[in-house]
Design a protein around this ligand. Structure first.
Ligand SMILES: [Zn+2]
Length: 62
């Protein structure tokens, strides 16, 4: 399965599924879709709703 990176629209933090978020109990290999709904950006505290897929950002889709 292809796991996509997601970018925080507020601070620019990139969630990398291969790295996970071990400090918050998210093991490496966790896709963004599988993050708990209450997961927040480690940098600015934004919710999942504020994240956008890396491909969409880099593709310049508006
Ligand atoms: Zn953020």
């Amino acid at each position: 399965m292809d796991m996509e990176k997601y970018v925080c629209q507020i601070c620019g933090y990139v969630y990398d599924p291969e790295a996970g978020d071990p400090e918050r109990g998210i093991p490496p290999g966790t896709s963004f879709e599988d993050l708990p709904e209450d997961w927040q950006c480690p940098i600015c505290g934004a919710t999942k709703m504020n994240f956008m897929s890396f491909a969409a950002v880099m593709g310049g889709f508006r």
